[in-house]
Design a binder for this molecule. Structure first.
Ligand code: NAP
Length: 250
């Protein structure tokens, strides 16, 4: 894998995606970040420096996804690394009227799961063979069902990412492409929890985690950096828990 590698990071303008983009840019990767908010993308690109490009794209839209991938490929010729990181929560509970629950279900499944499917199918023909890497960002909620009520759709979407990861690893493995997922625990300093994480919650999770603290976006970026390295070519179809030992053994 000589020369400069190229990457696409969905949701790269904030939180975990931004830390992943920073890690890669610092290590000489040409990174294109995708997201819906143009101003945030522009600001993140300015802050990150390095070889950072951005494209406004809603990853739930097949048209946006196709256009974005096409535009990256026109510029770079090949995609070495695809990081499917964009995602969002949305509360769906059994107490809701079905119509309301279904609407939020569809939104949560679209942004967390369908987006991974769309990006994977759009980018797959352009991934480097051999050497291509896909990393999907899942969640500890895929195993626990979420730590609060209302996680029906989110937990299902994230567990769905695991199935997709296994299947894509099988499909692309013969061409020298690895597909893995990372299941983060509680990661502070992102936009994920509207209004931030309460002090009480931070203390609670820190006490339950073997590492004695909550996670930071950089913890996930470090794990991604391993999975996209040439040395990780024999690791595929794996779900890597990065949760400080909040939950392990699966
Ligand atoms: P975040 O700061 O809110 O980042 C989410 C990113 O996704 C944003 O950059 C957002 O940008 C982008 N995004 C959302 N919807 C999109 C869409 N339809 N099209 C394109 N981009 C979209 O939160 P984060 O914590 O870094 O989350 C990153 C990933 O980690 C998510 O998949 C999340 O489920 C997962 N995760 C987070 C935690 C945690 O504790 N923070 C734990 C486990 C898993 P725009 O709004 O501009 O589109």
């Amino acid at each position: 894998m000589g020369g400069k590698r190229t990457a696409i990071v969905t949701g790269g303008s904030s939180g975990i995606g931004m830390a992943i983009s920073r890690k890669m840019a610092e290590n000489g990767v040409d990174v294109t970040i995708l997201g819906r908010r143009e101003k945030a993308l522009q600001e993140a690109a300015d802050q990150l420096g390095g070889d950072i490009h951005w494209i406004r794209a809603d990853v739930t839209s097949p048209t946006d996804v196709e256009t974005a991938v096409k535009s990256v490929v026109e510029r770079t010729g090949v995609v070495d690394i695809l990081i499917n990181n964009a995602g969002a929560s949305g509360a769906v509970t059994t107490q809701m009227p079905l119509g309301e629950a279904e609407k939020i279900w569809d939104e949560v499944i679209d942004v967390n799961l369908k987006s991974v499917f769309l990006m994977t199918v759009a980018a797959a023909p352009h991934l480097r063979r051999p050497g291509g890497r896909i990393v999907n960002i899942s969640s500890i909620a895929a195993y626990t069902g979420g730590s609060s009520k209302g996680s029906l759709a989110y937990a299902a979407a994230k567990a769905g990412i695991h199935g997709l990861t296994f299947s894509a690893a099988r499909e692309l493995g013969g061409e020298g492409i690895t597909v893995n997922a990372i299941a983060p625990g509680l990661i502070d300093r992102t936009r994920f929890f509207a209004g931030g994480v309460t002090e009480e919650r931070l203390k609670q999770v820190s006490a339950q985690a073997a590492a004695g603290r909550v996670g930071l976006p950089e913890d996930i970026a470090a794990a991604v950096w391993y999975l996209v390295s040439p040395e990780a070519s024999y690791v595929t179809g794996e779900i890597l828990n990065v949760n400080g030992g909040w939950l392990f053994g699966r």
